[in-house]
Ligand binder design. Sequence first.
Ligand SMILES: C[S@@+](CC[C@H](N)C(=O)[O-])C[C@H]1O[C@@H](n2cnc3c(N)ncnc32)[C@H](O)[C@@H]1O
Length: 264
Amino acid sequence: MTAPSKSHGRKAIRPTVRPQELMSATPDLHGVWKAKIITLFPSAFPGVLGESLTGKALQEGLWQLETVDLRQFGVGKHRNVDDTPAGGGAGMVLRPDVLGEAIEHTMAGVRGNWPMIYLSPRGRPMDQQMMQSLARADGVTLLCGRFEGVDERVLEHYGIQEVSLGDFVMTGGEIAAQALIDATVRLIPGVLGNQASTEEESFSSGLLEHPQYTRPAEWKGRTIPDVLMSGHHGKVAQWRREMSAEITRSRRPDLWRKLSDDDG
Ligand SMILES: C[S@@+](CC[C@H](N)C(=O)[O-])C[C@H]1O[C@@H](n2cnc3c(N)ncnc32)[C@H](O)[C@@H]1O
């Protein structure tokens, strides 16, 4: 493999305040969780991750983001990254040699617990447990596919896990990567103002969340349940537990069954 130049595959840093400048091409900050993203569309990042709490936390160095432009590793004059599928069929497949170089460049110097994930409709569906485990890692490398996907040998060779956003097919892995990063980063201490909210929200206890209300007390003839206005903390907590159970049982019998199985 030819040694890439120092800036190879990375976004250049320019003195602007555009969101992409939030992504660091600087050395890893020690102990700071980092997402490295291999993509044909680096300008899609940080995208929505540059907004609100995740954006503020990125700016404050509570987590880091680095994009690696797959095109920079393409072959030939046109920097080709794909080729036709072996055995025939529609579409194009991302080449293993191109992906291999990009992955080795991205993973050079990576230490510790650092999973490599390929966003793929064939993958394990994302869930809160996965995000909790990723938030405890030192960082993650995300490979965003395009076209018909990636050459299978790359997944085997590097032991890459496949992770899915859901049972549907998108044109690329970038949106799934942003969903995964958003759900993970908000679990990193200090990113959310109020850490208690991640402890109470949907999935953290295995249940979906109870309904939420706020002022005004009456809106279009609809009132807030009396118990929430009673000021009785014990009764409020009990109502919320019952509503969580009811909503989980009726909307997600699969989660409800899992909970009963775990208890039993
Ligand atoms: C058009 S899809 C390829 C679909 C592939 N031929 C298949 O049938 O499984 C192109 C890329 O989008 C991404 N992608 C599509 N749907 C996804 C999903 N549900 N979750 C995560 N990534 C997805 C993957 O990175 C994939 O390589």
